[in-house]
Structures are given as C-alpha cells and as structure tokens.
Design a protein around this ligand. Structure first.
Ligand SMILES: C[S@@+](CC[C@H](N)C(=O)[O-])C[C@H]1O[C@@H](n2cnc3c(N)ncnc32)[C@H](O)[C@@H]1O
Length: 274
C-alpha cells in the first residue's frame, strides 16, 4: 500500500484529472481525449476495478480512508488525501460520496464485437441525456440485454453522471458506438437480428406480439426524449413496436420505456433467452 499523499493546494497539477467536474461541455471533450473517466463513490469505484479498469489516481477525504482501505492496499495508483473544502474547490461541487477515482478508458469495442454471441441488444439513437443513458444501462444489465449500440450523437456512457446513475452497469454491458448512422444499423440485420423500433406510433404493433413471434436475436431501438426516433432510423427497422399505454398519454420517458421493453424481450425472466 502506497501512503496517501496529502494535497493542500487546489492548483496542484496532480489533481488535474478532477478539475472542473461540473463543466459538462469541457469534461465531455476532455475525458475521451485524455483517455479517462471519473468513478464516484465506493461501490462504483469497486465495480470499475472489478471490471478491469485501471486506476490513474484516487481523491479522498480523511473519513473515507478506512472504508477504502482494502482498495488502497491493492492499487498502485496514487491516492490524494484532501480536505472536503479543497475537493469542492477543485471539482466544483460538494463531493458527498467522499471518494472519486480517475480511471483509464479501455480501447473501444466495435459493433461486431458487441453483436457476436448476443441475443438481445439495445440500440440508442441520439439519447443525449446522461441520466437516461445511465438508467438504460442499469436496466439493460438487470433485464438480460447482452449489449448496447449507440448512434454517434448519444451521450457518453462513461461520463460521470451516466456511470453514477447506472451504478456501474456501464462497465458490465458491452457497448460500441456506430460511426455511420443510420447506415451502420445494417450490421444488425447481417448478424441475424430483427431490428424493432420502439415508438408510441399508433401503427406500431404491441411489443409482446412482436417478441412472441420468437426471433432468436432481437435489437430494440430507442429514441430521444422529445423527437423520438428519426424517420431514417424508423425506416431502417424491420418492425415498429409499441408499449400500449392509457388513452391520451403521448409517451413514456425513454428510460421507463427501455425497462418495460427489456423485461418483455427477456420473456419476463430478466435474462436473454438461451
Ligand atoms: C419520450 S419518447 C419520444 C416521444 C416522441 N414524441 C415519439 O413519438 O417518439 C422517447 C423514446 O421512448 C420510447 N418510447 C416511449 N414511449 C413508448 C411507447 N409507448 N412505446 C414504445 N416506445 C416508447 C421510444 O423509443 C421513444 O423514441
């Protein structure tokens, strides 16, 4: 175990990975470019390590030293010990979960890697809200989805808020970003998936009817809040499916729609049929 390093200067360059965490635009550019992401809170940090992500450093206040003691014992990364006020000065917010870790990104997976061996996959188009992305990953992990494909304009699953809302599920569910949209969707058909577009449109068939037809490999495509799926994405789909709702209701939040859809697609078993 390396001794924690006390840092009392908010301008210390060793804290660079943690600066300006509330500046979403800045962090969105910086983190992929610098090959890092931030894991926040004890559970998420542990899950990132269990999933094989390498730690760059950890930032802690004194009261978390004991809780994180076993982690500190096993990692070789530097552990910076700071006062809570200094953590707030550096990050821009009150770090009430007490522990932050800067982690290294792994090389990105390709879409064919995600599709290989999968039975149930999620496709997201323009889901650009980190909370929704995190919630969808959490449901995907819990309800039997084997992988996730993202359109180029989806929010980053490894952004701090997505990671936190997913409770680390973003580490467990393989995912890839399609560079070519919607052209890249053809790949799902070539891999034997039936691409079902989730839409509240009245012409869509009920999701359970489509699933009951029993295709072995299903890709469930979700759209963004507000606009929903684009015309191009809808026309790339094999079938439009809906979750029937009460009269007069426009739609479900995409995270809620995802959870219902994954449950149905896993035949209520919480795992992809094998
Ligand atoms: C808030 S909705 C978008 C609503 C938009 N007015 C539309 O017509 O798609 C966000 C996404 O959640 C999914 N969704 C929401 N409610 C749904 C429903 N009842 N059936 C199927 N998908 C639904 C769709 O994928 C949709 O693109």
């Amino acid at each position: 175990m390396a001794d924690p390093i006390v840092v009392d200067d908010p301008g210390d360059p060793r804290l660079h990975d943690y600066t300006g965490l509330t500046d979403v635009e800045l962090r969105r550019r910086r983190e992929p470019a610098e090959g890092l992401f931030i894991a926040e809170g004890e559970k998420v940090i542990r899950r990132a390590l269990e999933a094989g992500y390498q730690m760059r450093s950890m930032l802690l206040s004194a009261k978390w030293l004991e809780t994180m003691g076993d982690v500190i014992d096993t990692v070789t990364a530097p552990v910076y010990l700071v006062r809570p006020e200094l953590a707030e000065q550096v990050t821009g917010y009150h770090v009430h979960r007490g522990a932050l870790a800067a982690m290294c990104r792994k090389p990105a997976l390709s879409a064919p890697q995600v599709l290989a061996g999968a039975r149930r996959v999620v496709v997201m188009e323009a889901v650009n809200d980190h909370t929704n992305v995190g919630a969808i990953f959490r449901s995907a992990a819990a309800l039997g989805m084997d992988g996730v494909l993202l359109s180029p304009d989806c929010a980053d699953p490894l952004y701090r808020r997505s990671v936190k809302v997913s409770m680390g599920a973003v580490f467990a569910v393989p995912h890839a970003r399609l560079e070519n949209w919607p052209g890249g969707l053809e790949m799902t058909g070539r891999a034997g998936f039936r691409l079902l577009a989730l839409t509240p449109h009245e012409k869509a068939v009920p999701l359970d009817t489509a699933v009951a037809k029993g295709p072995e490999r299903i890709a469930l495509m979700l759209g963004a809040e507000g606009t929903g799926l684009s015309r191009q994405a809808l026309s790339a789909a094999d079938e439009w499916v809906r979750i029937p709702m009460a009269d007069g209701i426009d739609s479900l939040n995409v995270g809620a729609a995802a959870a219902v859809a994954f449950y149905v697609a896993s035949n209520g078993r919480g795992r992809a049929p094998r």
